[in-house]
Every structure is written in structure tokens, then in C-alpha cells.
Design a protein around this ligand. Structure first.
Ligand code: ASP
Length: 323
């Protein structure tokens, strides 16, 4: 195997109002452990000469299978009491992309996004059609109850109660829920393989108490996910609507690719634009030389990275700056 390019994997497990006093040492350890498992699993793919695309899938599947993250098992509940999942993936070498949204029975939506990319003529499939396609492709289909976790169910009940309080006293029932961290969270990965190719992927359950078939940025190519070998691979987490309106992932890639802005600065510029429009969140960014950034304008972002040395680094709060 021609070992010409450095390898790198960067992941996030969601950004938000992560409160230090609410995050017990035990719970932080659990997150760090899950992040480490995701990093080591993805790294094994890269170290064996596998593609950045396969590393992104491997890393995300670990987080989708963990009840800690708002993706796959552990996804939040919609207003109707369902887990409506979405995911997207993009290959920087070919700029092929795939996405699914509004799916309730696909165990690993990131695999379905990849199947859409590689086995269909389309970029995005939604709802039942996406589920039928995933089943035809031999992906694991589960009963919707697989996604149930008590913690997320309780969060929905809390969200519903808060809304009804709002409705009682305030005509504006669209007012945001106060506890940001409890209604958000997403997972994502960007990777660089030995062949010098980058890829990005993102997977989420979206927002607690979302309605009307709401879809966020995580399954939108250019918003939550983007990859182009000529610039960067990006995965986002945050207030989805604003990330869509700012084309956050593509916006970041364009700054690097066309304006030659350093990647951390490009991510910060995008986040500043998002903040100016009332949003917040984080971005992980990686280029074909192995330069990377993990930036966020929330109180915390679950995140981590691993390179050629195979040593996993994980962080939650800002002071543990790594790049
Ligand atoms: N971006 C996700 C969404 O809007 C949520 C998150 O990343 O926290 O669905």
C-alpha cells in the first residue's frame, strides 16, 4: 500500500448548551468512551488502507448505535412520539452524495445515505420510499420501537409540557423551548484516507418535538454535509434552519477553496454568520493535507480526532482546544 497521504478522522457528537454542572463526571466519561470507540473504529479502516468514505460510515455507525447521541438508537422523539431520522454523506473525490430523511425503521441511516449515493441515480430519498429502498439494498430494518430510549421519551414529555404551559399563558406557541441541549444533538464525521481523499457524513434524529415532517440541515448536502477534495470535508451540528439558510457546509468549503481562507477561520466566519442570524452550533472541517478544525459557538461540542499515531483525542468544552 502506498502510504502517501497522512490519515485523519474528526468526529462530533453534537454541539449545544452543555452545562458543566449537569454533565456529571460519569456521564462525561460515557461520552468520551463512546467518542473514543467511534474514533478507533474509523481509524482502523483508514489504517488498513480503507477509504475515507468507509471510515466516515464506520465512525458514524458507532455513534448511531450508542444511546448517548441523537442519531440512530438514542434519537429524539418528534411531536407525534416517533423517531424520524435523517443522514447524508458525500465523497470529496467524486462529489457523489446521498441522503435520507424522515425514516423511522432504518437502523443506520448513514448506511442508507451511502446506498442512495452508490446504488441509486438520486441524491435524496425520504420516508417510506427510502425505507423500501434500504430494505431492497439489504440494510438492517428494525421495528420503530428499537429507537426508544426512556431518556428521550422523558425529554419529549418535558417539551410537550413546556409548550402547553406556553400555550396557556402565551398565544405564541412557536416560542423556542428553553433547554437547548435537550432538544438537539447530532453526530458527524470527516475523514482523510491514505489516497488523499476526503469524505463527510452527518446523522441525526433532529429536534425533540419537531412537527409536520420537519427536516433539518443534517440531510441537506451543502448545509449539514459537504466534501470536495479541492477544498474541505465538513459536517455540521446546530440550529438546522439557519445552517440551511447559510448553506453552512458549502459556505465553509467555498471560503477555503476559492478564497484560500484557513480552515478554522472559514469555520468561524460561517459560525459568525449563523450567529448573526440567530443560530448556533459547530463545524468539523478537514482538508486533503490533514489540516482540520473543530469549531463551535455553543458552550460545548462533543468532539474528537485521531491521526496516524492512532491516539484518540476527545473534548467537550472550549478550553480543551486541539486545533
Ligand atoms: N442540526 C440538527 C437539526 O437541526 C440538530 C443539531 O445538530 O443539534 O436537525
Amino acid at each position: 500500500m502506498a502510504d502517501i497521504s497522512p490519515i485523519r478522522l474528526v468526529i462530533h457528537g453534537g454541539a449545544g448548551a452543555i452545562e458543566r454542572n449537569k454533565l456529571t463526571a460519569e456521564r462525561e466519561q460515557a461520552y468520551r468512551h463512546a467518542l473514543a470507540l467511534s474514533l478507533i473504529t474509523g481509524h482502523a479502516v483508514l489504517a488498513a488502507g480503507g477509504s475515507s468514505m468507509d471510515a466516515v460510515i464506520a465512525a458514524i455507525v458507532v455513534m448511531e448505535d450508542s444511546p448517548l447521541f441523537n442519531a440512530g438508537k438514542g434519537a429524539v422523539f418528534s411531536h407525534a412520539g416517533r423517531n424520524e431520522l435523517e443522514a447524508s454523506i458525500m465523497d470529496g473525490a467524486t462529489r457523489m452524495a446521498g441522503a435520507v430523511a424522515g425514516v423511522t425503521t432504518i437502523r443506520n441511516p448513514i448506511r442508507a445515505a451511502h446506498a442512495v449515493m452508490t446504488k441509486s441515480a438520486h441524491v435524496m430519498l425520504i420516508g417510506q420510499g427510502a425505507e423500501t429502498f434500504a430494505a431492497e439494498q439489504g440494510l438492517e430494518i428494525v421495528d420503530p420501537s428499537y429507537f426508544y430510549t426512556q431518556h428521550r421519551w422523558d425529554q419529549l414529555q418535558k417539551a410537550l409540557a413546556k409548550e402547553s404551559v406556553l400555550r396557556d399563558h402565551d398565544a405564541d406557541s412557536s416560542a423556542p423551548l428553553p433547554d437547548v441541549d435537550e432538544k438537539r444533538g447530532t453526530v458527524g464525521a470527516v475523514a482523510l484516507d491514505h489516497h488523499g481523499n476526503i469524505a463527510a457524513g452527518t446523522s441525526t434524529g433532529g429536534l425533540t418535538n419537531k412537527r409536520y415532517g420537519r427536516v433539518g440541515d443534517s440531510s441537506i448536502i451543502g448545509a449539514g454535509t459537504y466534501a470536495d477534495n479541492r477544498s474541505v470535508a465538513v459536517s455540521a451540528t446546530g440550529t438546522g434552519e439557519v445552517f440551511i439558510r447559510t448553506a453552512a457546509a458549502f459556505n465553509t468549503a467555498v471560503q477555503v477553496g476559492l478564497q484560500r481562507i484557513p480552515i478554522a477561520e472559514a469555520a468561524d466566519n460561517t459560525l459568525a454568520e449563523i450567529a448573526a442570524m440567530g443560530g448556533d452550533g459547530g463545524l468539523i472541517v478537514l482538508d486533503t493535507s490533514g489540516n482540520y478544525a473543530m469549531r463551535f459557538n455553543t458552550s460545548g461540542m462533543y468532539r474528537g480526532t485521531i491521526g496516524n499515531d492512532g491516539i484518540a483525542w476527545m473534548g467537550v468544552f472550549p478550553e480543551t482546544v486541539h486545533s
